[in-house]
Design a protein around this ligand. Structure first.
Ligand code: SAM
Ligand code: SF4
Length: 329
């Protein structure tokens, strides 16, 4: 069975947010104060997530990514990873984290079977890290990255959000760090998903500008024709053979036509797009005694309702009511 939408796109990739809480406060995602989190009772339990995944696998889902909020704040995440890895049909599990508590948790997560990890780090400058995250945890994130490299995680990738007028001095040093440490830096164009409506097209540092900075600062890049055409990043390698970088360019190079993702929020809502304005409640069906067929039907109907793509580049664009931390980036 497969999950195909009305435009013929096959969906085999599920992103699961395990919490909307976070231990830092990146300004392009969360407000600084008075964040309203979902009450704990509304957050899906491990059993509910596992059941949902089993049903989704019957419909063709093969790849999972756990995210949040900050997923490492969810107690016993390693237990969830073991349970999900054991589901027949799951071929790949990855995690996206801010890395703050990773130095301690990298080992239990590795032992649970996790190998692929994306760690969020926008800058190697301690002051700018504090300015962006409103916290002083830079050293902890570096320790988390190093812990993953020492344990043998593969691949380790770094997600860096690219906000114009702020991170230009970080683009080249991050890529140099990536070349030295054998990690790929993925620059993510700032998206209109922040909680304080700060986004503006003029604040997006565009892929083309970053490519230019990297070529001027380090050396020529060549685009790699992607192994998986449905992966959202455009990938480049340095022509001296040392290292690669990727760009998630939702603004300058939207990748909707290849989208293969659905997203489950921590409070049990299914979303067919990061930017969707509607969502499907699956939590009620997971809790009211409904059978698996009812949940299956909800997943199918969400995918069938999927739009062709977001409209960031159109005057019609309306930002979704949930900011990034509450969807799961
Ligand atoms: N807390 C984890 C983290 O920061 O990696 C996982 C959740 S976070 C919402 C997932 C990713 O979203 C982050 O890696 C960050 O790079 C990205 N992100 C957050 N807000 C963004 C925004 N407004 N535009 C683009 N990317 C954003
Ligand atoms: Fe937390 Fe990740 Fe959002 Fe930053 S981007 S505030 S680390 S959820």
């Amino acid at each position: 069975m497969s999950l195909t939408d009305s435009f013929g796109r096959l969906h085999d990739n599920l992103r699961i947010s395990v919490t909307d809480r976070c231990n830092i406060r990146c300004f392009y995602c969360m407000p600084e104060h008075d964040v309203e989190f979902v009450p704990r009772a509304e957050i899906l339990s491990f059993e509910e997530i596992e059941r949902f995944v089993r049903i989704a696998v019957r419909l063709g889902v093969r790849k999972l990514r756990l995210t949040g909020g900050e997923p490492l704040l969810r107690r016993d995440l390693d237990v969830l990873i073991s349970k999900l890895s054991a589901i027949e049909g799951i071929e790949d599990i990855a995690l996206t984290t801010n890395g703050v508590t990773l130095a301690e948790l990298a080992k239990p997560l590795y032992d649970a079977g996790l190998r692929r990890i994306n760690i969020h780090l926008d800058t190697l400058d301690r002051g700018r890290f504090r300015q962006i995250t409103r916290r002083d945890d830079f050293d902890k994130v570096i320790a988390g990255i190093e812990a993953c490299l020492n344990l043998g995680y593969e691949p380790v990738k770094i997600n860096a959000v690219a906000v114009k007028g702020l991170v230009e001095p970080d683009i080249v040093p991050l890529a140099r760090y990536g070349r030295e440490r054998g990690v790929e830096i993925r620059y993510i164009e700032f998206m209109p998903l922040d909680a304080q409506n700060l986004w503006d097209r003029g604040r997006v540092l565009l892929q083309a500008d970053m490519v230019r900075m990297l070529e001027d600062g380090i050396g020529p890049l060549e685009e790699i024709p992607d192994a998986d055409p449905r992966a959202p990043a455009s990938e480049y390698r340095f022509t001296d053979g040392v290292g690669r970088v990727g760009f998630i360019s939702s603004v300058s190079r939207p990748f909707c036509l290849n989208c293969n993702r659905i997203r489950l929020t921590a409070d049990g809502k299914l979303r067919y797009c990061l930017f969707a304005l509607e969502e499907t409640d699956v939590k009620t069906a997971l809790r009211d005694g409904s059978g698996d067929e009812a949940v299956e039907e909800l997943i199918r109907s969400s995918v069938e309702a999927k739009w062709l793509g977001h409209e960031i580049n159109s005057a019609k664009f309306v930002a979704p009511p949930r900011p990034m931390y509450s969807i799961g980036g």
